[in-house]
Design a protein around this ligand. Structure first.
Ligand code: G3I
Length: 414
């Protein structure tokens, strides 16, 4: 266990570390059939058949609560419920997975470095095992993620003759990767996070000037067109897959607006983007510091993002939901890290109330939302307790022993 303090307001760790994919200002804090641009939202979601158009206010009566004892049954008329899994998930968490979830997202197994560690040599084994499990259990698979600034192999940035790769070669490598991967999983992965985390908190595109671990070489070496090209390549390779732009902190007004404008621009240019993923790595309470990203972490601000993106005719999904006990911007030391003993009934109730509030909002927007995915299954396996943070967190609906938590009861209580 680390003896140093961990601030939730610090920068993320270096590329390739557990912190690399972590939403940057919270290091340690936690971090369906095809649809065309402008097409009707929520294609394939039975809850929205015949619903009003994009961004429309729900008019019909909400479906009655159905079933109990299973997340996916409870929400069956609202949206599919998903979970991120690692390659061992089907073994270690199989019972929870099959009982409660409609879909899975491989947590790391479909990232660039996992699938193509050496140029031209693809390692599909772990991802294939998750896909096979999903198929055998009637679950859908979200693909995550084709183009991201993090978890890339070093060879990607090196020119064939040494030095830095040229724009042309990098574009060709991106195309070759997307082509191979999307074709390999065609018919098995129903949607892809094509581009992940391209926008920074103040709305500028992630580029070479960000802190270590946060830089995007895609933007640096190709320019903004890498985003549109990634979607075009993915659509060419799998015309049936739904293609998403995925990002975190969508509740920050500047970032929210910048993503809206990026999506609008892509759609106007005829780029095949079909949805926006809101990661939704949440905390037990918003920050009180106006300079902290989590100052904006309120239900109504995330709700605004759903309304804004769906007003473009795009699907919206919650893609990486969890709810950390740690408050962004607060400094924690080893003696204040949470343990089973300090995760008190009062704290469990607070976590439950916050989950309830977000899920109530999600249900209000069941016509716009085509999926809600939790980033993990149970508290015994969560990125928030991994490597870089060196501290235990309790962010999910099931506890270390796979029993339901008050948060689960709150999500199911309607
Ligand atoms: O598998 C190796 C293991 O062999 C090695 O011993 C160990 C020691 O470093 O590392 C293991 O790999 C780790 C991997 O998780 C599997 O546990 C990587 O170091 C670690 O960087 C990686 O962290 C993942 C992170 O993305 C970076 O890719 C987290 O599990 C994963 O939850 C997280 O997910 C991201 C989303 O993709 C994008 N949105 C944010 C989200 C949370 O950061």
């Amino acid at each position: 266990m680390s003896s140093g303090g961990t601030s939730t307001g610090g920068a993320a760790g270096s590329s390739g570390s557990a912190a690399a994919g972590r939403p940057p200002s919270d290091a340690g804090a936690g971090g369906v059939p095809p649809i065309g641009p402008g097409g009707a939202p929520n294609g394939g979601n039975p809850a929205v058949a015949g619903a009003a158009g994009a961004g429309g206010t729900p008019t019909a009566e909400l479906p009655p609560a159905g079933g109990n004892g299973s997340l996916k049954d409870k929400f069956q008329n609202y949206f599919p419920i998903g979970a991120a899994v690692d390659a061992n998930g089907p073994t270690t968490h199989g019972e929870l997975l099959s009982r409660h979830f409609d879909s899975v997202t491989p947590e790391n197994e479909m990232k660039f470095a996992s699938l193509q560690p050496t140029e031209g040599q693809f390692t599909y084994g772990p991802a294939d095992r998750i896909v096979q499990y999903a198929s055998q259990n009637g679950m859908k698979v979200r693909g995550h993620a084709l183009v991201w600034h993090s978890q890339n192999p070093d060879w990607l940035w090196q020119g064939p003759g040494g030095g830095t790769v040229s724009k042309q070669t990098l574009l060709a490598r991106m195309k070759a990767h997307i082509d191979a991967v999307a074709k390999h999983f065609r018919g098995k992965v129903y949607c892809w996070d094509v581009v992940n985390e391209a926008v920074m908190n103040d709305g500028h595109l992630r580029g070479p000037d960000e802190p270590d671990g946060q830089k995007s070489r895609w933007l640096e070496l190709i320019g903004e067109e890498y985003i549109a090209e990634a979607f075009r390549y993915a659509h060419e390779a799998d015309p049936d897959a739904k293609l998403f732009y995925n990002d975190f902190y969508n509740y920050i007004p500047d970032k929210q607006q910048a993503i809206y404008e990026l999506m609008k621009k892509l759609l106007e240019a005829g780029v095949p983007v079909h949805g926006v993923g809101l990661q939704a790595h949440l905390n037990i309470e918003p920050s009180t510091d106006p300079m902290n990203q989590a100052y904006h972490q309120h239900v109504e601000k995330l709700e605004k993002a759903i309304q804004l993106y769906s007003s473009l005719g795009l699907e919206v999904q919650i893609t990486e939901l969890d709810l950390s006990l740690y408050i962004p911007g607060v400094m924690y030391t080893e003696d204040t890290f949470y343990t089973a003993a300090t995760f008190t009934a009062e704290l469990k109730a607070r976590q439950a109330a916050r989950y309830r509030a977000f899920f109530e909002m999600f249900r209000r927007h069941h016509r716009e939302l085509t999926g809600v995915t939790l980033w993990g299954i149970a508290d015994d396996n969560t990125w928030l307790s991994e490597f870089a943070s060196m501290r235990k967190d309790f962010p999910l609906l099931f506890d270390d022993r796979h029993m339901t938590k008050p948060a689960y009861d709150a999500v199911m209580d309607w």
